[in-house]
Design a protein. Structure first.
Length: 246
């Protein structure tokens, strides 16, 4: 069951979301798009346009689709010349066979998958590519695992994602997977800012927010890999699942 309260909580923090959330490595996007050039790409669940801008930089035409009006407004601000369509994965406001590929940046887990798969297949041309992408924090690093515990960050391991999302429905072929190393550089204040864009924080009580702030401040001040650092490298593993429409 999709928790729409959490899924639609991000608009209240759209500006910070766009500022602090990680971008996507170019190699991962190129692999997701499977050799396409100058293609029409739908960015489904586009948020503030982080993935949209990365795909545009590779020379593609991008059509962002996003249900949250706050996120759409931030996308328009951050991505000049681009306006997101109001829509969802389950109701995409595009005609049949309108796209060469559909990408999803760290949002597929919010989809109601059965109707979403039918809609994605409808808007893709035959042979078109569907590729969800996740930036997954590398919890093999001990302080990153502790960060996840403190802030109730529910990102899963790459293997868990592959097992959970192993089927895109009858309209799609076999799923290929690939993982890419990635990292972002943040100040301690920016780590606090990033945590405040997470769905747990945005829907938490004041008491829970205070606990997160206090424990995160302590982690940043006392962990040997973090204490006294002006900037911190937060490691990710970017996972791509890729399939073609029949």
């Amino acid at each position: 069951m999709v928790d729409h309260t959490h899924a639609l909580s991000f608009g209240a923090a759209a500006s910070d979301y766009d500022r602090f959330r990680p971008r996507y490595p170019e190699a991962a996007i190129r692999w997701a798009l499977d050799g396409l050039h100058d293609a029409r790409i739908v960015d489904l669940g586009a948020g503030t346009g982080i993935l949209t801008r990365d795909v545009q930089a590779l020379g593609h035409q991008v059509v962002p689709v996003e249900p949250d009006p706050g996120m759409r407004a931030q996308l328009a601000h951050s991505t000049p010349g681009t306006t997101a369509l109001a829509g969802s994965a389950e109701a995409v406001p595009l005609p049949d066979a309108a796209a060469d590929a559909v990408l999803v940046g760290t949002a597929y887990h919010w989809f109601d998958r059965e109707p979403a798969h039918a809609e994605i297949a409808r808007v893709l041309r035959p042979g078109g590519t569907f590729a969800p992408i996740w930036n997954i924090r590398d919890d093999n690093v001990d302080w990153v695992a502790e960060l996840g515990r403190i802030a109730h960050l529910d990102d899963k391991s790459g293997n868990t994602v592959i097992v959970k999302y192993a089927d895109f429905g009858p309209s799609f072929g076999a799923i290929e997977t690939r993982e890419f190393p990635h990292r972002t550089t943040l100040t301690p204040d920016e780590i606090h800012g990033m945590i405040r864009t997470r769905s747990y924080w945005l829907t938490a009580s004041d008491a829970d927010r205070r606990r997160v702030e206090e424990e995160l401040t302590e982690l940043l001040a006392t962990h040997p890999a973090l204490a006294g650092r002006e900037t911190v490298e937060l490691p990710y593993r970017t996972l791509v699942l890729r399939s073609r429409r029949h």
